[in-house]
Design a protein around this ligand. Structure first.
Ligand code: KG4
Ligand code: ZN
Length: 352
């Protein structure tokens, strides 16, 4: 089965064709980073307008990449796909609508079924595109700009959400700390780069472990960085030099990764999961990747991390999740977007 995936939940416009849920035939991502950079964050109106401008060309490029012969036939017939999968939440309402309407229009025109996919679920499925033998059960950790969710994946479409963030998401905390340091947007990659030149042990930032719960909380850590900078005479438009900023980045990054890795390993051991699957933009972080690999070796856990291109938003992961949803007979019926769509069982009321 070949599925055209469409992802437009936030500030990336993406389309991909995936065969049998595992083989990427094409994947195209248009990032709006440049448009939002002057505002140091995502502006929803700009995001949805850019989605609208880009979705047509991006889908066309993904189909042309997967099916060059079809592309040469003036595209009068439907492309050789079996279904269309699209992100229906969580995300920005205007951005989500663009993907949903595109999927509905193409599904109608080409007479193909459509299936709605949860974006967070997609981030975990990104790992199935790399390791073809990977299948549940596993413990999933989604670390993105909007979410930090620890999810026990008991089977395809059978989820138990153990914990989530109570305030800032992991990626959001990277973005906010980068702003405090004047590093621009998005903050994660900038902090990751600068941290390589700093000492992770130089500043003892707190590790918010919330020992009695599987939830996360990163806003206190961000405030600790703010107080540290203010005490050192920075803030209000004054930024530290690169050497000091590098130490702040390395110390902050080490605090975030310590918490994420420790808690995930603790949950894996408690629930006897021998595989851990990580996804979302923050899974591109070099320290998080190396600490997870070390912890995997120490505790006998198989750690799955997406390739760097599959960490951040893309449509291949949506096509893969859509494939498995369709195979399970889930997700039929009209597409309903939900900006705060929770991860829930495919058989449940929110499936599809
Ligand atoms: O998954 P994603 O592309 O979009 C959402 O679904 O939110 O994640 C974007 C987030 C941003 O907060 C960005 O700063 C963060 O992922 N990010 C990183 C890195 N690359 C992207 N955070 C830490 N280190 C990185 N290398
Ligand atoms: Zn995402």
């Amino acid at each position: 089965m070949r599925v055209l995936g469409i992802e437009s939940s936030c500030d990336e416009t993406a389309a991909a064709v995936v065969e049998d849920g595992r083989r990427v035939l094409s994947s195209v991502v248009f990032s709006q980073e440049r448009l939002h950079r002057p505002f140091q964050g995502i502006v929803p109106e700009i995001a949805s307008r850019a989605q609208l401008e880009q979705i047509g060309p991006v889908v066309r490029r993904a189909l042309a990449g997967a099916f060059p012969a079809w592309d040469r036939t003036a595209k009068r017939t439907a492309p050789p796909i079996d279904a269309i999968a699209v992100t229906v939440g969580p995300g920005l309402v205007g951005s989500l609508l663009v993907g949903k309407m595109t999927a509905e229009a193409l599904g109608w025109a080409w007479n193909k079924p459509t299936v709605g996919v949860n974006h967070l679920e997609g981030h975990l499925f990104a790992n199935l595109l790399l390791d073809r033998s990977l299948r549940p059960p596993f413990l999933g950790l989604v670390v993105s700009g909007g979410h930090t969710d620890l999810i026990l994946v008991e089977d395809f479409g059978r989820y138990r959400v153990l914990g989530r963030t109570r305030d800032d998401a992991a990626g959001e905390s990277f973005d906010k700390v980068a702003k405090l340091l004047g590093l621009g947007y998005p903050g994660g990659p900038a902090i990751d780069r600068l941290a390589r030149r700093g000492d992770p042990a130089s500043i003892p930032f707190p590790r918010p472990h919330l020992a009695s719960s599987w939830d996360f909380s990163f806003s206190g850590l961000k405030t600790a960085v703010l107080y540290y900078l203010e005490k050192a005479g920075y803030g209000r438009g004054r930024f530290p030099d690169r050497r000091i900023a590098a130490d702040v980045c390395a110390s902050f990054q080490s605090a975030v990764t310590d918490v994420l890795v420790a808690k995930t390993v603790r949950a894996a051991r408690k629930y006897r999961a021998d595989q851990v699957v990580v996804g979302g933009g923050v899974s591109a972080n070099s320290r998080l990747r190396s600490e997870f690999s070390k912890a995997g070796g120490k505790w006998g856990l198989k750690i799955h991390l997406p390739s760097l291109r599959l960490c951040t938003d893309n449509a291949a992961m949506i096509a893969s999740a859509g494939h498995y949803r369709l195979k399970a007979g889930a997700g039929k019926g009209p597409l309903n977007i939900d900006p705060s769509l929770p991860v829930s069982d495919w058989a449940g009321p929110k499936a599809g």
